[in-house]
Write a protein that binds this ligand. Structure first.
Ligand SMILES: Cc1ncc(COP(=O)(O)O)c(C=O)c1O
Length: 413
């Protein structure tokens, strides 16, 4: 696999500058030019309501369909109807919960973790108001990844669904979703996966994971502020209720889960993410389109990201006063370059605010994985320091950050 050429990558992101370094990408990534171009194209040529018989309306409909198909390609869904679109991953998980519960009985059970972003916890917990029993899956002391063994005792004949994340937005670790999906399916339950922290870094493959539902945010994956939720077609058709207008039948997949329609221009602009990944592959001598280009591009991305992660992790591992919150190795199969840590005797907020004047954007907090950060008992009211890189970051940028940490350490000594 060729090495990622950053001279090719960076001009595709007009917002990137040399004097500002963005390491808060797990909060939101920069957008590729092709995405913005497609938003403009939609608004300037086809900004009409869908579903009418005149030509412009039909053209607008085709563009939204193209956008849904692009998301299906990113997810490796079998068909575009398996993609529900919405504003945010949080909203889509909530809509899914409200839809599935229509087919459940009081006393049915869901399993949620205490170690993930609240987006895929809260919507399921709130079902308790409708009589659904909520079971909490905790990480064993010191563990940074969930295992089938820790989940097994929580599963039973009444379990309807397990909610988990593909990649922690704190630990940065990639979880073995397939092993967990197999266990969940043995119990006749469904698995809903939060892929928000994974999607910017690796090619998602919902079929290989055998996930029943899988959501991610396109605004963290080089696209617009838009989100996608995959669901297996049969489950969307038969296990999910209608949360749209009463006259939408249960066979209206996926529209019955998209109350009031998704945003058209943002949906269409998702095609720009595929344009970019295809161009990236081509610029590296790989002649691939669609899904093949997505896989080739993310393969190159993974190697570069592992180098970025290693640069920072090597530095952090060498500091006796630092505790890495997550896997200290940079293995591309085990983690993404979302790196959290705490420094003994220093408040996370103070460290981050001391970095701010250098024009490097990092961040402190719990990142809405509040239950996890509370359970880790870090003793710091401001949570962890998080440096989250993506493929457009350079090793030079990482070195600048490390230099900054070093000068702060010298000042503190
Ligand atoms: C792992 C994870 N899940 C979910 C979300 C929420 O995504 P959205 O803003 O699309 O609801 C985030 C945002 O930070 C996240 O990191």
């Amino acid at each position: 696999m060729p090495q990622l050429n950053l001279t090719h990558v960076r001009p595709h992101f007009p917002a990137l500058r040399d004097d500002v370094v963005l390491f808060d990408n797990a909060g939101g990534s920069q957008v590729v030019r092709q995405v913005a171009d497609r938003i403009t194209d939609f608004l300037f040529t086809t900004n009409v309501q869908l579903g009418a018989s005149y030509g412009t309306s039909a053209a607008a409909g085709r563009k939204v369909t193209e956008g849904r198909a692009a998301l299906a390609t990113l997810l490796n869904a079998e068909r575009p109807e398996e993609v529900v679109m919405g504003a945010t991953a949080t909203q889509l998980f909530d809509q899914l919960a409200q839809s599935l519960v229509q087919h459940w009985e009081p006393g049915d059970e869901v399993v949620v973790t205490n170690f993930d972003h609240e987006a895929n916890i809260g919507p399921w917990r709130r079902l308790a108001r409708q009589g659904i029993v909520v079971r909490e899956w905790e990480l064993p002391e010191g563990a940074v990844a969930p295992t089938p063994e820790s989940l097994a005792p929580l599963l039973g004949p009444k379990t309807r669904l397990v909610a988990m994340t593909h990649c922690s937005n704190i630990f940065g670790g990639i979880n073995d979703v397939r092993a967990i999906a197999d266990l969940v399916h043995e119990h006749g339950a469904m698995l809903c996966v939060d892929g928000v922290a994974y999607a910017p870094h690796r090619a998602i493959d919902v079929q290989a994971l055998d996930a029943d539902f899988y959501g991610f945010s396109v605004y963290k994956t080089y696209g617009p502020h838009h989100a996608a939720l995959y669901g297996k077609y049969d489950l969307l058709r038969h296990k999910a209720g209608n949360i749209n207008h009463y006259f939408y039948g249960e066979d209206r997949v996926p529209n019955k889960l998209e109350p009031g329609n998704p945003n058209y221009e943002l949906a269409y602009s998702c095609v720009g993410v595929i344009d970019y990944l295809e161009e990236l592959a081509a610029a590296h001598g790989i002649n691939a389109k669609g899904r093949a280009a997505v896989e080739a591009a993310f393969d190159m991305i993974a190697d570069h990201e592992a180098a970025l992660a290693e640069r920072l992790l090597a530095y952090l591992r060498g500091r006796e006063d630092v505790t890495i919150v997550g896997d200290p190795s940079s293995d591309r199969d085990a983690r993404v370059p979302t790196i959290s840590f705490v420094i003994a005797g220093q408040n996370s907020r103070d460290v981050v605010e001391a970095v701010d004047p250098s024009g490097i954007g990092i961040r402190f907090g719990d990142f809405h994985s509040k239950r996890l950060v509370q359970s880790l008992n870090l003793g710091d009211p401001d949570g962890v320091i998080r440096v989250s890189a993506v493929h457009y970051n350079t090793l030079d940028e990482m070195d600048r950050l490390i230099e900054r940490f070093e000068s702060l350490r010298r000042q503190a000594a």
